[in-house]
Design a protein around this ligand. Structure first.
Ligand code: SOE
Length: 401
């Protein structure tokens, strides 16, 4: 279909930091790689600081910059609002956008607590009746090796799932002098490692196994209780504010977890362990998942995202062993549009695939996944983890959605 014949999907994005840049890359790229039923127009990006949002619009490829997200929501020339802000504003922006009849893509975790997530899921259900689509941005579902892992589970190649072992390990706040950025403040981020990276492994494992976490026993820890105040609202590579001599002047309290660990039971009978921390010295973005089933096992490691380890217990013992599948074949999920076999892809492609699936759903009139309901269920797991940790690791059932 030629570009001129295609429906348009006119996008407005709120926020332009780490996730805003990742999403922009995907919006810029997606129609150039995939043959899609709708053509994206990057209409405008919103941010509070006039100078910074103007610079971001130019750098990231947005036609316009505005300083109030409400303007995006009220405009007739925008069809979809992409929310890339800290969690404390997700609910307000999403509800306003849905009320205005806009499709919504919201970064994860969906909200800062269950009440907000429920309100968003409810609003999404109401809006769905008039054809409005919503999706939460758990991008790692769209890594081809992860999608292949799900396919193997669906095909029964692993048999009955017995064990799920998931870790998401980073080390960017190990230094006690690393400043108190928004991701370390509960009122802005909702929780710490738990919501920021733990949410990813909760979603990813539930997605690949098709099972939901039913109950947990958890512990959380905050190793560094106070940190220097940041010089500005800063992201993962912030530097502390200091006086002219460089000496640190003020500190603030860290109000989120630095690490969260939990045992879980899944509703399909599997047992699981989860660990999310930003204090795993040397681990930069170490998301690893291993699934053991009655017929085989599979393991994925984000730092080797073009590979999937697979063990087939049904072949003769003399030929058993973990196989490293290089996930670059055209028949692997998402990959026919990219490079010849063996030519690997990277982190940013997961976002391009996310936009591809979202555009196909919006243009095709179907509901994209993960839905706000799926993301609410992740939020309920995070909530159960916090309640269990507060109760000294007591067994805690995940509330029903
Ligand atoms: C976004 O998906 C995100 O979870 C960030 O918020 C984390 O900080 C990053 O390290 C992983 O991706």
């Amino acid at each position: 279909m030629s570009t001129a014949d295609k429906a348009q999907l006119r996008v407005g994005m709120v926020g332009y930091a780490f996730m805003g840049a990742a999403h922009s890359q995907a919006w810029r790229t997606v129609n150039r790689v995939f043959d899609l039923p709708a053509q994206v127009t990057m209409v405008a990006v919103a941010g509070r600081d006039r100078g910074k949002v103007t610079e971001a619009a130019e750098r990231l490829g947005w036609a316009e910059a505005v300083t109030d997200w409400r303007e995006l929501v009220s405009r007739d020339d925008i069809d979809l609002i992409d929310i890339c802000t800290p969690g404390d504003s997700h609910e307000t922006i999403a509800l306003a956008a849905l009320a205005a009849g806009k499709h919504v893509l919201c970064e994860k975790p969906l909200a800062n607590n269950v009440a907000e997530a429920r309100a968003m899921a409810q609003a999404a259900a109401t809006a769905r009746a008039s054809g409005v689509r919503t999706m939460c941005g758990f991008n790692y579902r769209r890594v081809p090796a992860v999608a292949l892992l799900r396919r193997l589970v669906e095909e029964g190649r692993l048999g009955d799932i017995r064990h799920v072992r998931a870790t998401y390990l980073q080390d960017w706040i190990t230094d006690p002098q690393f400043p108190l950025v928004w991701r370390l403040q509960k009122d802005l981020a909702g929780s710490g490692a738990l919501g920021d990276i733990g949410a990813h492994i909760v979603d990813l494992t539930q997605y690949v196994t098709g099972q939901r976490i039913a109950g947990v026993s958890a512990l959380t820890e905050t190793f560094v209780k106070r940190r220097p105040l940041p010089s500005a609202s800063a992201g993962l590579s912030a530097s502390p504010a200091g006086d002219e001599a460089g000496a640190q002047t003020a500190t603030g309290e860290v109000t989120v977890d630095d690490a969260a660990l939990f045992l879980a039971r899944l509703d399909g009978g599997a047992v699981a362990t989860y660990e999310a921390t930003r204090f795993a010295t040397g681990r930069k973005n170490g998301l690893r998942v291993e699934i053991n089933g009655s017929l085989g096992s599979a393991a994925f490691d984000l730092e080797r995202l073009n590979e999937l380890e697979f063990y087939d217990a049904t072949v003769p013992a003399t030929r058993q062993g973990f196989t490293r599948i290089l996930v670059t074949e055209p028949d692997h999920p998402y990959l026919s549009a990219w490079w010849p076999p063996g030519h690997i892809i990277g982190y940013e492609h997961s976002f391009t695939h996310e936009m591809r699936d979202l555009i196909e759903a919006v243009a095709g009139g179907t509901d994209p996944r993960p839905s706000f309901d799926d993301a609410l269920q992740v939020q309920l797991v995070l909530d159960a983890v916090e309640r269990s940790a507060a109760a000294g690791s007591a067994w805690t059932t995940v509330d029903p959605a």
